[in-house]
Design a binder for this molecule. Structure first.
Ligand code: GDP
Length: 473
């Protein structure tokens, strides 16, 4: 359990058992080494093999980074030319942002895993605000696609002639492939796009120096279904459900601006108690989610699972100074839920002399896309959720997945109402802290799933929160 947040536990290993390289970014990226003091102490250690592979990755990234000689030699291949001079061992994975911030983060993390597996260098399209939200993760280099990158439009669509799906459709599993290929890992997969996950296709893609990926899902679970990748993945992650947990803590460090928001909020509102509960409420379908029902669902879940203290109807007087404080953070786009929970403990005392202190950092009301200030709040709130000891998230929400993964927390999931009636049961405990791969291609499941379990990796199974979704257990 947490000893005490915010720097008071000097013995904590700020390098996260070797996950983070030592000695860098102390001032330019404060969160990198400080976040450990705010989060629940992770019971999961990265494997020595993962640590070794990360250090090798960092060397490769520095060697192949934009504007290095190696990179300059490979650039002509991007647009169909031939490599200038002797080709060095640099192959790239270009990632481009797509959909909400949570979707972006999980697809980015899966893409980093894919880059690790295939010895590629990950370069990201910064979009509107990625360089403002995150620190550079790799020591002494940059992961941003440079401003002078010759290919200006990195937004490719499913049927593009250079998409892997189209290339397969045209010519079968082709070898050799062009030197630039687009992989469409978006949930509107055509069957040929889904070939991305298969062994012979990945062997063919190995030779492609410039591979662009667009995705909005945690497709890591799909990589585990590839028999060529599985042994390496099991070696990297002997505790298989820790993929996103370790990689997100390695990769995603809030910028100093975001970290300022996170730590200010934390110290102002959430640092009083010994216990902290996070509640994330995401509404996807307003028709099926009237406020009264959803707020009842949330309270039912919290009470049934004893995540909040019971109320004492005898109204005992609590001696000032003897009470225990419990901090609760609610994150949602909407107003109303906060008051609902707060008023429970205003109108009656909690049993056991507990004071329940409930806060909600923002209520933006509407989801915006690629808006810096809005995304900054969302990113700050995902981090604040990750500081919880216990977490309740909403089914289907990648926003919640990021909080749970960074926090190393297996959440209770508020199930998504299928009709306007009150949802019963209100919530269930998740089976692992890994995010769910929403809507994997049916073709992949037909070929690679054996009933509930993966044929190649039996610990790949179906998600609790999303019907038909896949996750690593
Ligand atoms: P998902 O749609 O729940 O899977 O999560 P995403 O993060 O991909 O997209 C939802 C977007 O809506 C977020 O990125 C935010 O922009 C916004 N949003 C949703 N819930 C919240 C919330 O609790 N707090 C804030 N600040 N923004 C939210």
């Amino acid at each position: 359990a947490r000893t005490s947040a915010a720097g008071s536990d000097a013995l904590r290993d700020k390098y996260l058992d070797g996950l983070l390289a030592a000695g860098l970014y102390e001032d330019s990226c404060r969160s990198r080494y400080e976040a450990v003091n705010y989060r629940h102490l992770s019971p999961y250690k990265p494997s020595a093999y993962l640590v070794q592979k990360l250090r090798e990755y960092e060397d490769r990234h520095r060697r192949c980074a934009p504007h290095t000689n190696a990179y300059k030699k490979m650039l002509p291949l991007l647009t169909g030319g031939v490599a200038a001079g002797t080709v060095e061992e640099c192959k790239y994975l270009l990632w481009t942002p797509f959909s909400g911030l949570g979707n972006k983060i999980i697809s980015l993390t899966s893409s980093f895993l894919y880059a690790l597996l295939t010895e590629r260098v990950l370069l990201i399209d910064r979009g509107r605000d990625f360089s403002k939200l995150f620190c550079e993760p790799f020591p002494g280099t940059s992961w941003l696609i440079p401003e002078d990158f010759p290919m200006k439009n990195l937004y490719f669509n499913r049927g593009d002639p250079l998409s892997y799906g189209s290339l397969v459709r045209e010519k079968g599993i082709v070898n050799p492939l062009p030197s630039f290929v687009y992989a469409h890992v978006v949930t509107d997969f055509a069957q040929e796009d889904a070939r991305f996950f298969f062994e012979e296709d990945q062997r063919a893609l190995r030779g492609v120096p410039w591979l662009l990926v667009r995705s909005e899902v945690h497709y890591a679970a799909g990589l585990f279904l590839n028999a060529d990748f599985e042994p390496e993945l099991s070696r990297l992650f002997p505790e298989t459900e820790t993929v996103f947990h370790h990689l997100s803590r390695y990769l995603l460090h809030p910028s100093n601006k975001a970290w300022g928001m996170i730590t200010r909020y934390y110290h102002t509102y959430l640092a009083k108690g010994k216990e902290r509960l996070g509640i994330q409420i995401r509404i996807f379908n307003h028709e099926n989610s009237p406020f009264e029902n959803v707020s009842t669902q949330v309270v039912n879940c919290l009470m049934k699972e004893k995540l909040l203290p019971e109320i004492d109807l005898n109204d005992p007087q609590v001696v000032p100074g003897r009470w225990k404080i419990m901090d609760v953070i609610v994150t949602t786009l909407h107003s109303g839920y906060l008051d609902k929970i707060r008023s429970i403990y205003w109108e009656h005392p909690a049993a056991g002399g507990v004071l329940v202190s409930v806060h909600q950092p923002s209520h933006e009301e509407y989801q915006l896309m690629d808006d810096e200030s809005h995304d900054m709040k969302a990113w700050a709130e995902m981090n604040l959720l990750s500081f919880s000891d216990v977490l309740v998230t909403s089914a289907w929400s990648t926003f919640g997945y990021v909080g749970q993964g960074l926090g190393g927390l297996k959440p209770w999931i508020l199930l998504r109402p299928k009709s306007p009636a009150l949802q019963e049961p209100s919530c269930v405990r998740d089976i692992s802290m890994e995010p769910c791969f929403h809507l994997p291609p049916a073709y992949l499941c037909e070929q690679k799933m054996d009933g509930k379990r993966g044929k190649v990796a039996p610990y790949v199974t179906y998600c609790v929160d999303v019907e038909g979704g896949l996750k690593v257990l």
